[in-house]
Design a protein around this ligand. Structure first.
Ligand code: DGI
Ligand code: FE
Ligand code: FE
Length: 202
């Protein structure tokens, strides 16, 4: 375990994030570690991705946009209207350029942690789910169900969160990012197919 690296990054992030976000970040790091243990994923990679997933969250929105433009990171219409969404892509960029992460799997998990994507890797799913269920999160509905499901059936848990997120965005009349929608459609189909296969076996 690269303890020195994790401690070093923790100190950096404490300066870059507000205290609410910093505490959330530690929650995601340890929750991701637990899920990695359960599903036989690389625990150190899960901790690094969890620690860094929101590293760009507290950059002011205007700066998020200008940083993306400078780095040639594409911005969709929905992202332009909701620049907060850009913290995932920018986070992956900063994880590499500022925090020295070279592992593409870690960078990808950070990049897709807000919208998800089709065919997520095990690490992508762990970070996406840990972000939603970490101990300090308290605003989401059905949290206790999601937390229990995460340790029993990772894909069912992922789909449950995607479904709740779509419902939440629709209730707020918030514009849905095309990747959020694509991910939801992909895992809806995936869970349907899985159910069909299960029934064939029975
Ligand atoms: O950064 P965190 O708050 O820890 O969590 P996150 O990166 O998952 O971001 C959560 C927020 O992102 C939550 O308020 C819902 C929002 N979000 C996710 N997908 C979309 C979205 N917001 C809009 N407008 N459109 C989306 O497709
Ligand atoms: Fe985030
Ligand atoms: Fe987060």
């Amino acid at each position: 375990m690269d303890k020195e690296y994790l401690e070093h990054v923790k100190k950096q992030l404490e300066k870059k994030l507000n205290s609410h976000r910093y505490v959330h970040t530690l929650g995601v790091m340890y929750t991701a570690a637990s899920l990695a243990m359960r599903y036989d994923c690389d625990v150190e990679a899960a901790m690094k991705a969890g620690l860094l997933h929101d590293c760009a969250k507290c950059i002011p929105n205007k700066e998020k946009i200008s940083l993306c433009e400078k780095q040639g990171i594409s911005i969709s219409d929905v992202e332009l209207a909701n620049p907060g969404l850009l913290h995932a892509k920018l986070g992956a960029y900063l994880a590499e350029s500022e925090y020295g992460i070279q592992d593409k799997e870690i960078l990808h998990a950070i990049e897709v942690h807000t919208t998800g994507c089709p065919e997520m890797t095990l690490l992508d799913k762990i970070i996406y789910i840990a972000d939603f269920m970490e101990p300090y999160r308290d605003e989401a509905p059905n949290l206790s169900d999601v937390r229990a499901l995460a340790f029993v059936d990772l894909d069912a848990c992922l789909f449950r969160i995607l479904k709740d997120t779509m419902k939440y965005l629709q209730s707020k009349k918030a514009p849905v990012d095309s990747m959020t929608e694509t991910t939801y459609d992909y895992y809806k189909q995936y869970m349907k197919t899985r159910k069909g296969e299960q029934l064939c076996k029975d």
